[in-house]
Structures are given as structure tokens and as C-alpha cells.
Design a protein around this ligand. Structure first.
Ligand code: PGA
Length: 255
């Protein structure tokens, strides 16, 4: 399985900033061979990013979607609207959605299904808070989040799903997980998918690590056989930094 590295810009960048970034990152496109690179800008920047990245190997992702295909949901964006713009991936259940916006597992489950229904590939985020880790609940939290979101998933859909293991305490803190801890969590994720979601599905799923990933530490994650990429926040905001990170990942898996 090849690496999948996604830039999660969160609530950053205007259209002009997006145009500048996309033009700059495309200069290095030939240095990303073999790595699937996704840019997930805010909704407002999706058309501009689609325009510039269209025809390149870089792909477009959205940061969220609504669980219905359309309806009276003021302020929301539905999957078909994203697909229409050329969006291929969508982040679902990011910890900021879970913990700041109060999304629960049932909403996240409905969003995973909605994404697949309109041909989008969900990047399902799971991960424990610091208190949960300290109390020894890491695996049980991850398991509950996975089962709620993936229950009843058709085997054919599983290879479209990417899981991002993002310990909440590592996001935006500069304090990445120890590779050994990330390895244990990502191996456990694959085990849960294999045993409890359905036999034969786990080997199809790519698992990313996310949380304070940067050029200097990406290699220590992607060289683990349990991890096939990263979901990157802060270090994805500058084209040169993000390009260096992708190249470092590529080098780590080649060596
Ligand atoms: P970070 O964010 O890389 O800034 O820690 C990761 C994320 O929230 O996906």
C-alpha cells in the first residue's frame, strides 16, 4: 500500500492564499511520485484548488460534510456538492469536530455512510484524549469510535476508507506521539477492523498517523508497517514545509 499524506488546513487560507500555495506545491509534484498527496482546504477554497490541481496527481479533500444529501440545514455542505467540485476525499470525525463542535459517534457514522454514498472516500479520524490515555482507555476509546463508524460497512467499501489515528493531545501541541505508541494504536486499529468489522477487510485499509507531524518526525511514523501516511495540520500550511515533509516520508519508505 502506498502512502497517503493529507494537508488539513482547518480554518486557514483565503482563495488568494490557496492559489499561491497550490501553484507553489505543484512545482515539486515530480518529487512526490508514489505518494498520494491530498489538499483539504476550507470549503470556500475548494473551487480555486480544484482549478489549479485539476489534471495534476495531487488530489482534493474536504474537511467535513453533512450526513444528508440535501435539505433544510442552514450553513451546511452536502457530499454531492463536494463531489461536484472534484473533491475525492473527506475528513470525518476530526477531533475538533468531536470535541469542539460536539459531534457524536452516531453523526460520524452517518457522515461516513453519506460520503461513500456519493463516491467520496472518508478519512475517519479516531483517537483518545490525554485523560483517556492516562486512565488506560486508549484502546477502548479507539475501538468504540471505529465500531460506531464502520459497523455494517460493505467489504467493497472498506478499501475506500482511510483511518487517521490522531491522539487528541498530540494535535497542534508540537508533542507528537512516540512512534512506538502510534504503532501500538495503529496495529490495534487494524486488529479491530479485522476481528470486529469483518474478516478480510483490514488489509485494505490505509492508516495514517496525525498529531504534530513535521518533516523531522514523519519518517519515524511511515517506516512502521502499521502506518501508511499522515494527516498534517500546522506543517501543511506552507508549500515548502509540506513539500519537504512529503519528500522525507518518501525517502523513509524507500530506504
Ligand atoms: P497538527 O494537526 O499537525 O497541527 O497537529 C493535525 C490534525 O489536526 O489533523
Amino acid at each position: 500500500m502506498g502512502l497517503v499524506i493529507a494537508a488539513n488546513w482547518k480554518m486557514h487560507k483565503t482563495t488568494a492564499d490557496t492559489v499561491e500555495f497550490c501553484r507553489a506545491i505543484l512545482q515539486d509534484e515530480d518529487k512526490f511520485a508514489g505518494v498520494e498527496v491530498l489538499i483539504c482546504p476550507p470549503y470556500t477554497s475548494l473551487p480555486a484548488a480544484a482549478n489549479i490541481l485539476g489534471g495534476s496527481s495531487l488530489k482534493l479533500g474536504a474537511q467535513d460534510l453533512h450526513w444528508e444529501q440535501e435539505g433544510a440545514f442552514t450553513g451546511e455542505i452536502a457530499g454531492p456538492m463536494l463531489a461536484d467540485l472534484g473533491v475525492e476525499y473527506v475528513i470525518v470525525g476530526h477531533s475538533e469536530r468531536r470535541h469542539v463542535m460536539g459531534e457524536d459517534d452516531s453523526r460520524i457514522s452517518a457522515k461516513v455512510k453519506a460520503a461513500l454514498e456519493c463516491g467520496l472516500k472518508p478519512i475517519l479520524c479516531v483517537g483518545e484524549t490525554e485523560a483517556q490515555r492516562e486512565a488506560g482507555y486508549t484502546n477502548s476509546v479507539i475501538r468504540k469510535q471505529l465500531l460506531a463508524a464502520l459497523e455494517g460497512m460493505a467489504a467493497g467499501d472498506m478499501d475506500k476508507v482511510v483511518i487517521a489515528y490522531e491522539p487528541v493531545w498530540a494535535i497542534g501541541t508540537g508533542k507528537a506521539a512516540q512512534p512506538g505508541d502510534a504503532d501500538a494504536a495503529c496495529s490495534y486499529i487494524r486488529e479491530v477492523i479485522e476481528k470486529d468489522v469483518g474478516a478480510g477487510k483490514a488489509d485494505k485499509v490505509r492508516i495514517q498517523y496525525g498529531g504534530s507531524v513535521k518533516e523531522g518526525n514523519i519518517g519515524s511514523f511511515v517506516e512502521l508497517s502499521s502506518i501508511q501516511g499522515a494527516l498534517v495540520g500546522g506543517a501543511s500550511l506552507k508549500a515548502d514545509t509540506f513539500s519537504a515533509l512529503i519528500q522525507a516520508a518518501r525517502k523513509a519508505v524507500q530506504s
